[in-house]
Design a protein around this ligand. Sequence first.
Ligand code: ATP
Length: 275
Amino acid sequence: MTRNQSAPPPGTAAPDPDHAAAIDVAHLVKIYKTARAVDDVSFQIARGSITGLLGGNGAGKTTTIAMIMGLVLPTSGRVRVLGYAMPEQSEDVLGRMNFESPYVDMPMRLTVRQNLTVFGKLYAVPELRERIAQLAEDLDLNEFLDRPNGKLSAGQKTRVALAKALINRPDLLLLDEPTASLDPDTADWVRQRLETYRQQHGATILLASHNMLEVERLCDRVIIMKRGRIEDDDSPDNIMQRYNRATLEEVFLDVARGRVQDGALQATPLHGDAS
Ligand SMILES: Nc1ncnc2c1ncn2[C@@H]1O[C@H](COP(=O)(O)OP(=O)(O)OP(=O)(O)O)[C@@H](O)[C@H]1O
């Protein structure tokens, strides 16, 4: 541990940043008043992997991601990111993470360049001007770099949000529906950029998504949540095989409609059945 790092909380092992899992979540619970948004969730995410967090509306995906980021305090359980306890040691690790969601707007009156400059300074990015120029080139932002964020199309805003998420070259990228409301071409373009970033930087990506084709294409592993709990956790291929389905979309419908009974995974018709 270097001099500037914060001490681990009592009862927590010293961080092992070189060997720890990118994310290590154990018995995580979040109760809002009486609702159990996340209910005893445990998983580890290996470095360099892309994992999809799936589940219907209200399954607990965003709450789980918010706890991993240290933005929401767990009711119980623990979170470690790159070996550091969250949120106690967040100052040691926040600079190595970043987040993107189309539902979180950046300041509308600032231009794209100004926004990226503000976020770059927050992350103390070295040679920030050059970093912004590089991202503008990579993500095709030059045409609107000096336009206010509020005057961009949804697809352009998404590209800017991706630039913001990559500004600090994060080792861990948390994405909440990164391609929601994008046209298929722009969504595909965003996915390609994410894959390239993972390959070039060895980064770890955890993404919540409702787009099953996206998850099949991008993810090495899928964690399916339902009512705050983990319903399944495996590679997309293994999950499809186990549910006897040809696509993750069909698996998703099986899970959502409760077709999995006592481990007996029988393929049932998806259309026109009342099960
Ligand atoms: N701030 C909050 N206060 C009270 N309840 C909340 C809060 N945030 C989320 N919830 C509840 O917690 C549960 C899980 O919500 P969460 O947003 O984590 O689900 P999700 O899987 O991300 O859903 P979606 O796919 O709709 O975004 C839901 O029942 C939701 O109503």
